[in-house]
Design a protein around this ligand. Structure first.
Ligand code: ADP
Ligand code: MG
Length: 206
């Protein structure tokens, strides 16, 4: 069972991921928890580059850096944990690249999907929780965390395209995605996430 959290900056992904992990742990499922970019020593170095507000980056090299982190994560963390039969929970995965570098930066989706297939070896989540939020509100929430990173500094129109990109991905794969209204309270969202995960676990027979 492979679960990912997606959505704009400040949507509450990390908050809900932590709550889900607590529930899974209480249920005795000992999940593997990771994030993108990052999750491996290489990925952590790549993450520093990607979030550095001092760096200018074109769309394709940006996508390839995310892909490099992802390829390493799939091989070193995701596949091994899944083959041990663990529940794996990941904060962002390839849908973020399709939304940010595709819908947001305008790279052709077919190109991104082709490379992503190679990078992941076709590994797709069983369940993707999309926390949908007006990016203006999300950026306000994220700003409370401190200095904005490189992505948080991008303009609002970019973040609007990213939001639409996520919603289109969800519409194309309604069986994989659950789309939640991220303006709800953390408690309400936690209950909705848990209901979706229980459903998915039942379907997978875990
Ligand atoms: N449902 C919610 N309603 C209001 N604020 C929230 C909610 N979920 C998270 N927050 C707050 O918004 C900020 C960003 O949350 P976070 O989980 O870090 O988002 P993300 O990981 O998606 O960027 C944090 O300060 C967090 O406390
Ligand atoms: Mg986060």
């Amino acid at each position: 069972m492979f679960i990912t959290f997606e959505g704009p900056e400040g949507a509450g992904k990390s908050t809900q991921l932590a709550r889900l992990v607590a529930r899974l742990t209480a249920a005795g499922l000992a999940p593997t928890v990771t994030r993108e970019p990052g999750g491996t020593p290489l990925g952590t170095r790549v993450r520093e580059v990607l979030l550095d507000p001092e760096l200018d980056m074109h769309a394709l090299p940006e996508f390839l850096l995310y892909s490099a982190s992802r390829a390493q994560l799939v091989q070193d963390v995701l596949r091994p944990a899944l083959s041990r039969g663990e529940v794996v929970v990941c904060d962002r995965y390839f849908d973020s690249s399709l939304a940010y570098q595709g819908a947001g930066r305008g790279l052709p989706l077919a190109l991104l999907q082709g490379i992503t297939h190679e990078v992941t070896g076709g590994l797709r989540p069983n369940l993707t929780v999309l926390l949908d939020l007006d990016p203006a509100l999300g950026l306000q929430r994220a700003a409370a965390r401190g200095q904005p990173d490189r992505l948080e500094r991008a303009d609002l129109a970019f973040h609007q395209r990213v939001r639409q990109g996520f919603l289109e991905l969800a519409a194309q794969e309604p069986q994989r995605f659950v789309v939640l209204d991220a303006t709800k309270t953390p408690d309400e969202l936690e209950a909705e996430v848990w209901a979706a995960v229980e459903r998915a676990l039942k379907v997978s027979g875990a």
